[in-house]
Design a protein around this ligand. Structure first.
Ligand SMILES: [Zn+2]
Length: 293
């Protein structure tokens, strides 16, 4: 019988060239050397934090999300209060939701996980620091034997669409849905209006990495314990939304009601009026926007 379907010989595509070993042996170069990034003045921030007083707090219920506002120049702290729990954090410019956290560029600039002194950067065209991490009680964790670390900017957020794709489920308390409801309620808009503003998150306290053999995204039980916290300095006026992930400590599964889940506490602190002398709000990105025309 004659073959009527064209079938390319895929084996040819995967045949290694003679110099494969030499090509693999080429040393990597860092895509974005970050020594020229405007650095955070942690000494100033830490000094200012000493005078700060708490102005607000929000308890984010387990398997749900809540919004909070942080004026520029204030601090906010996310704490584990009850038991090991990870949080999915979205941040926006409070006055312009189109300027929001840019997980991919933050990853390109700082790496897969972020800690003290590193920043959350905003989307184009602003591309500027929106929040700086000033304290991380899990800073001791480093990178473990599996290549895992905490506070990642490599995950997206658990969502009902992927759950449906993989398991045909209709689960409504994934972080994506939690963030959507919280934002809709805070802004007084419909779920349909709020949903497009929800974006890839900072996975607070979550311990993740990529497997070395297959390159797959993995999670493991978070090392976070009650009393641990991650604290930020708000570089611009912020609207935040935090979801206490249905995965709990993400040791087993998410996108269901199976895991033990706990609330997360968000606290906002205002430093004394003169404590930030020398700090300037980040300017908009300097690119002229003409794109060559
Ligand atoms: Zn989640």
């Amino acid at each position: 019988m004659t073959k009527t379907v064209f079938e390319p010989d895929m084996d040819d595509v995967a045949t290694a060239p003679d110099d494969a070993a030499a090509r693999r042996a080429v040393a990597p170069v860092i895509c974005y050397p970050n020594d020229s990034l405007p650095s955070a003045d942690l000494t100033l921030y830490h000094q200012a934090r000493k005078s700060a007083v708490k102005t607000d707090e929000v308890l984010v219920p387990a398997r749900d999300a809540a919004c909070f506002e942080v004026p520029a120049g204030h601090f906010f702290r996310i704490s584990s209060v009850d038991g090991p729990q990870v949080g999915d954090l979205n941040l926006w410019n409070r006055d312009d939701l189109s300027e929001r956290f840019y997980s991919g560029k933050t990853r390109a600039l700082h790496g897969t996980h972020i800690t003290t002194g590193e920043r959350m950067w905003t989307s184009f065209p602003q591309l500027r620091p929106m929040a700086t991490i000033t304290h991380d009680t899990l800073g001791w964790y480093g990178i473990d034997q599996y290549g895992g670390s905490v506070h990642d900017v490599i995950g997206t957020r658990c969502d009902p669409y992927t759950g449906n794709l993989l398991a045909g489920s209709q689960y409504h308390h994934c972080c994506h849905s939690n963030l959507t409801r919280a934002l809709a309620d805070h802004q007084g808009v419909s779920l349909a209006k709020a949903e497009p503003h929800v974006h890839d998150v900072l996975n607070v306290f979550m311990c993740t990495g990529f497997t070395r053999d297959t390159g797959q995204y993995f999670m493991k039980a978070s090392p976070v314990r009650p009393g641990d916290y991650l604290e930020f300095f708000a570089e611009i006026d912020l609207l935040g939304a935090l979801s206490a992930c249905p995965g709990g400590d993400c040791s087993a599964e998410h996108s269901s009601d199976t895991a033990a889940c706990h609330p997360l506490l968000v606290e906002v602190y205002a430093p004394a009026a003169d404590a930030l002398e020398g700090w300037v709000r980040p300017q908009l990105n300097g690119y002229d926007g003409s794109h060559g025309r």
